[in-house]
Structures are given as C-alpha cells and as structure tokens.
Design a protein. Sequence first.
Lengths: 203, 585
Amino acid sequence: MYGGFGYLLRRDLPTALIAVVAMTIVFGLAYPLAITGVAQVVFPGQANGSKVSFDGKAVGSKLIGQEFKGRAYFHSRPSATGYSGDVTFFGNAGPNSAELRDAIRENLAAYVKLNRPYDHSLTREQVPVDAVTESASGVDPQISEANARIQAHRVAAVRHLSLDEVEGLISAHTDGRSLGVLGEPGVNVLQLNIALEEAAPLK
Amino acid sequence: MFEGWLQIAIFVVVLVALTKPIGLYMARVFSNQRVFLTPVVGPIERLAYRALRVRPGEGQDWKGYARSLIVFSLLFWVALYLILRTQGIQPFNPQGFRSAPWDVNFNTTSSFVTNTNWQYYGGETTMTYFAQMAGLAVQNFVSAAVGIAVVVALIRGIVARSGRAIGNFWQDLTRTLLYILLPISVIGALFLVSQGVIQNLGHYQLVHTLTGGQQILAQGPVASQEAIKELGTNGGGFFNVNSSYPFENPTGLTNFVEMLLILVIPAGLTYAYGRMVGSQRQGWAIFSAMFVLFVAGVAVVYLAEQHGSPAQHAAGLHTHAFAGSTGGNMVGKDQRFGIASSSLWTAITTVTSCGAVNAAFESLTGIGGAVPFTNLGFSEVVFGGVGAGMYSMLLYVLLAVFIGGLMVGRTPEYLGKKIGAREIKLVSLGVLFTPLTVLLSAGVASAAPIAKRSIYAGSNPSGFSETLYAYLSQANNNGSAWAGYTGFVQPHPPGNAGAYGLSFTDLLGGIVMIGARFAPIIFVLAVAGALAGKKISPAGLGTMRTDNPTFVFLLVGIVILVGALTFFPAILLGPVANGLSGRLF
C-alpha cells in the first residue's frame, strides 16, 4: 500500500498540488493580509513607519536616522548608504582593512576639528566609537550619550542656548534600555534636532 | 560590561524557562493529542485533511514519508520559481519591480525551499510585496514545518516497538503549521507591529527631511514576515540589512523577543524529545551539550567585539567603554543593540540555522568572526534549524553511542535499540555529507577564476572568509553572510533594470543548498526506518548510559572533533588569520 510509482501519481502528486495552492493562500495571503488589517486598525502609527512631524509636516520616521550637516545640528553616525531608506546595504569593511583604518582616522580628525572649538578639553581619546564608525543598518537613528554630550557644546554655542538647556533636550530624547536592561541607551538624533528647532530656531 | 553580561544572563534564563512549556506543548502536538488550541484549530485541521485527501493516523514507512516530502518540496520549488519569474504581472507591487535574473531566482528559490534564506538580492530593491508574502514567507512556514516533521519521524523511529511506520508526513506538516508556527507567528507579528515594525502594502514614501533633503522610506508587510522568519529559523530579511534595519527590529525589546523566537523551538524540541522517548533526562542531556557549546560561543564573540578591531586601533580610536559609550567594535553595529546584544544575536543566529543578522558579519573582529564559522562548522547541531538541528544532533548522538560502545567494548545501543552496521553507515553519511559539500564547493569556488567576481574584499583573509562562509552558510542552510560576497549585480537599485546574476556563483550555491538539505533528510528518514523495525531490549548493567554528564562530555567532544578536524585549517586562513596577526590589508 505504500510503495510504487503509481502511488506517487495517485496520492502524493494530487495531495502535494492541493497543499501548495492551499498553503500559499493561507500563509501567503490570508495571514499577512489579516495581520495588515489588524495592524492598520490597532497600531496605524507604528504600522506605517512611526512618522515624526515638524511644523505640521512629516519630516521622517523616528526609527530611521537622517544625515545632518553644519554646526547647528547634532550629527548622526557615519553611514555606508548615506542614510538611504530604500537601498540598504552593509559597509562590509573588514576588521583588518587598511581602508577602514583610513576612514576612521579621517572621521576622527573631522569630528575633533568640528567640536574642539566649542569644547577645548576635547581629545581624541574621548571620542566614543559610535561617532566615527558606520552602523549596520546605515540609518542608525541614535548616537551614544557620550557622543551627544560632546556635540552639545557646539550646538549650544551656535544656537545661543545654555549648555544646561541643550543637555536637558538630550535627556528628553534619550531612549533608555528597553525595560531598563535590554539593548543600549541612545539619543534619537532626528527627534533631538526637531526639539532644537522648536526651542531655538535658526532663523 | 556588567550590563552586557546581565542581558545575556537574562536571555539564557528566559530561554531555559521556556524550554519545558513549549516542549510539552509540542510533544502533545506531535503525538496527535489534544491541546488548548484544539477547539479553535481542530475544525481547520479536519478541513485540511479532507482537502488534502489524507487519512490522519495512516502511517507511512520511511520511503513513503520521504517520497511525500520530496514531491511536496519539489512542487513548492516550482511554484516559488514561477512566482519570482513573474513579478511584472503581480498585484501588491507598488514600486513596479520586474523579476530579477533567472540565475538569481534559481538561487533564491533553492534557498527558501531549503530553509536557508541565503540572499543575493536585497528585498526592498528587488522583490514585490506579493513575492515576499506569497512566495518567500510561505516557504518560511513550510520549510520550517518540513524540518520539524523529519525530526518527529526520527523520534517515532527511535521509540517504535515494532513495525515500519514512522508517522504521516501530511499530518505532521499540517499539525506543525497550524498548532505551532501559525499561532506563535500571529502573536509575534502583532507584538512587533506594536513596537514599531511596519506592516502595510503602500508605496514607498518620500519625505522632505528636517534640513530640506529628501529620504525615501521603503514600506511593506514586514512584521508578518519578521515573526516567522525568526520562529522558523529561516532568516531571510525583508530588507537587505536584515534585522539591523529599524523597521524590522526597532528596539532592545524587539531584539530580545526576536532572539527568543529564533531559539524557542530548537530548545523546546529537546524537551519534547525527552517527553516522547519517555525520559526527560535524555532530552536534558542533549540540551546540555547544545547549551555548553552555545554559551561558549556567546562569550567569545562578546569579549572579542568588546576589545575592538586592529583597524580601529590603528586609526587611533580608543575602544574602551566609558560612561555613555559602549566602546568596542561598533563598525557594522547599531547603537540600540550595542556590543552585547549584537554579539548575543550573532551567536544565536549561527548556532541555529536562522541566519538573520542584526550586525554586519564581515565587520566582526577576527576572533569574534571565528565563532560564526565554528558554529556552522558544527553542522548546525547546536540547537540548529527547527527540526534540522535536532535530527542532526541525534545523528551525532548515535555516533557517540557507537564510539562510546567501541571504547568500552559493548554492542552499541541507544534507548534499548541495538545500533547495527546499517544504521552507522547511514549516520556517517548523514553526518559527513554537509561538511564534504562545504569543503568541495568552497574549494571549487576559491580555485575557479570565474568566482573571483563574487568577492568584495580582495585577495586577503577577509576575501577568503567571504568565499568559505558563503558555502558553509549555504550548505548548512543557515543564510547569514560575509555580505561582500555576491551573485547579483544591480546597477540601478531599487528595481532590476540592467541587473544580472553571476551564474556560476548562483548555480553552485543553489545546488549546494538543495543537496545538503535533502540528502541528509533522506539519510535521517532511512535511519528512522531502520530503527523503527528494531525490538527494544531492556537496559542491563553493561548498557552505556546516555543521560549523564559523561555522555554529554562525549557528545560535545565528538561534535567539536568532527567540526574542528574538518574546518580548522580553513578557518585558520580566514578569520583567525585576521584575529591573530593584527596586520592590515
């Protein structure tokens, strides 16, 4: 009753065909569409990308980092993708890569050069690793607290805010570890810069 | 580093605590008993049997079981290939993506049908939502269920008192899908959405950024795929950068939950095994052997990554941790995961055959990077893929019993069944097939001039690591990558205009994945069939025990020995050369 080519044609093949069609419908359409339906009703904000607004307009997602230039903003980490939200890839620099050494060396020099005028005690030894290394996602929304504290001197001076005020904004936009223990704390750069623009607009 | 070790400790405790309840539940599902979901799922299950024209409870011998499995997988291979080839006419394609080249499709199809999820493509630049949902995510469910069905069949063979039947493939498949994978995925997906993982079918969104620039945010039904991608140890990212992308994995908490999803079934299966063979100690013995190797790997990656890399140090960067900074090798790691959660994930995704990553493997330090290599070198028996890890480990258990039997001069027997020449031949084939496939394919790919185009890092240890890891990963159905290695050139992403595949790399990888998935499955089912027919003899004074620390030690030793002897020279040339020399290339 088990064996033979005839059994395969009579039993296995039809059953497998039905299984392929049915499972594609159930797991490939019904399941994701049902989850989409529920998500859109119960968690519409999250399901559509956790947007953040400035001046009533969506300026991005709080989960996806953006590139910031100039002295008036907190800067995000270096990125292999230029903070692309639709073409992502890893930098893939190896641990023993001379190119990586050169890139980090340049980033380090640029970081110190940018921030030193506002924080005269800043030395290379104090620069945290996240400030000069590319992230995995290419859109890391956060920087470390140490990184934010160094940049605070510059941003405060340029925007004519007190250091205390800027550090207050940093604390307000620092995400702690989940449940107090999981992951690492980080400062959300986009939300912090939005808060800065609201507190002390450039123009 | 205290906070880091604390997170790792919490994870380990939660995992151990979940092993028993999930194992008990799965054992009842596999034994066709009632569970608390039966009132809801039972009617659907009966409907499925009617539709499939399957008589539940009608046993198949190992050949029948294998034949159903092969026919089913083959048809699904064809279905997935067709879906990937016809992207241009599909619904749920707001970006208007056309199909990727045929050779890349061949690789991708083989990859998802075999639970590998090796990806030469980037999801957000290549795939329609339809292909992601109805093609790839379906395989995340189905290939996982196939792996679990095989281990259930093997367990039945081990405990069968006589006869040839090892269960019914269609029933095992249906019950695994409906009672285990689907319910956990639904809960997992909704939880992930609540934390920020996106779930929609919309067009990619253009936003004008705070400083007047533009950013396009890729969208998609991500959460539904993310949950089963981890739970089924599949690992294929919706996005190219996988679980490091915040829309897949936004917080420390989602990271924790996703890691648990990866390990919960492989760990639970050890308990289910103990339950089904009637001795929990047997299950815990196997759990212990896996656990020791897993924890050792976690510790090595974490310490190595926290130390930092030669390139960082040569650049004059200080990599020690201080207040407000993680320190360590943050190249290819996101701030919210830091060093500890990235290291833990790296170990988890490589002991299991998941292969999803939250950090860039190619940027790991030399010694940290040696851990993924070693974990894959163990042929994914340390927890391993869902089902696949357990059945591969059981082959090692039989091998350990045989070697232990030789050492003490007794006829080897396991759980009352004598292990004869036929079983040991099949076990050896099953154990050696994957490592041999790796060495052969990685050797060919390293030597063939045509495969050079696939390498990103050039002629140095990192470049060699790319090639070796590509075939280690594909043969072990893992899917993580030293991601510089490629088989797909896409000049104008997103979209496939002008894109072409590197045929040699795509085809070799595809064939390796299929061979190293289904050949061992057939050997395992043959072992199940051979054991099913054996009588159980009561344990005597001379019977070697398989549920005590001595046996765990023996088992760990044999896993290390086979893995180390096979791959040690090759791993030396790749990551270890980077780690020990400190030289820059």
